[in-house]
Design a protein around this ligand. Sequence first.
Ligand SMILES: Nc1ncnc2c1ncn2[C@@H]1O[C@H](COP(=O)(O)OP(=O)(O)O)[C@@H](O)[C@H]1O
Ligand SMILES: [Mg+2]
Length: 334
Amino acid sequence: MNVLGIESSCDETAASVITDGKILSDVISSQINVHKVYGGVVPELASRKHILNIGTVIKTALKEAELSLDEIHAVASTSGPGLLGSLVVGLQAAKSIALVKRLPFYAVNHLKGHILAARIKDNNESNIPEFPYMALLASGGHTGIYHVKDIDNIKCLGQTRDDAAGEAYDKVSKLLGLGYPGGPIIDKMASIPGDSIKFPQAFRQKRSYEFSFSGVKTAVAQYISKQNSINNEQAHAIAKGFQQSVVDILVRKVVLAAREKQVKNVVLAGGVAANSALRKHALEICIENDLLLFAPPKNRCTDNASMIAFAGYLALQKSMTSPLDTAPRSNWPL
Ligand SMILES: Nc1ncnc2c1ncn2[C@@H]1O[C@H](COP(=O)(O)OP(=O)(O)O)[C@@H](O)[C@H]1O
Ligand SMILES: [Mg+2]
């Protein structure tokens, strides 16, 4: 089954073709250059850019897959959560193709796309997590722990009460006068050996799966405001300390959840799962606790359309489809 997947929930216009769960093409047109001057995504600009790019991105995905639209058997698209003006562009394109070509259509929850991405097989040797697994989903818009028993049996055990982990990365980067998105920049800075400044962690002792990242961001802001200026060495120490605080609490909570629910497999998902320190620390702690860690390749942690095509494919295999009057949903909890 050839599935065309489309993603436009935030600032990436993406399309992918997969065949029987294997990726044939995975095209992403990033809008980072449009938004970086503002230090974050500007919704109106994002939706305008999606409108300009969506046609070319879909055509390129088909071309790279060496398939024509007539060879596509089903269409899947993100329909939420995300920015409404962005979502509507990809969703409308997907529904139009499905309508004109009389194809089955499936509306994918973006969070589910991230959570199932670790199950995409890249080649025959690919090691994928079996159900059930415990997923840490950490991105720019969401941070939570999910108990995943099947594609349609996913339970959120807890999430952030305020900022998402990726949002905190982006804000700290902005405070330090660095670029957008902040995650990869701070990841790189923090990997350079040197001192680190200790920053607080919320809910560390609490046996819950909730997070809060606004406190650590404020602590960084207060630290910076107390200095006359920040030199390079101090910026590195701040980046390192901030990252240690975030990575430690993320790993701590997902491992706690896996142990308490007696789940052997742990999955990292979402843009922050591309973080090298998170991947390293999670692996160490999982080994210590006799757990198995799975994470998609870094480029499949951040927003992409292959995870949307894949989630659609899994649903369509179970004969699940969505009506063509499906509307975008800015808020769509799992
Ligand atoms: N290497 C990294 N380390 C930490 N955070 C990262 C890294 N790469 C990306 N991020 C963060 O991931 C977030 C984007 O996540 P993504 O899933 O692509 O988007 P969305 O939040 O729209 O679903 C951004 O906040 C970005 O800073
Ligand atoms: Mg995402």
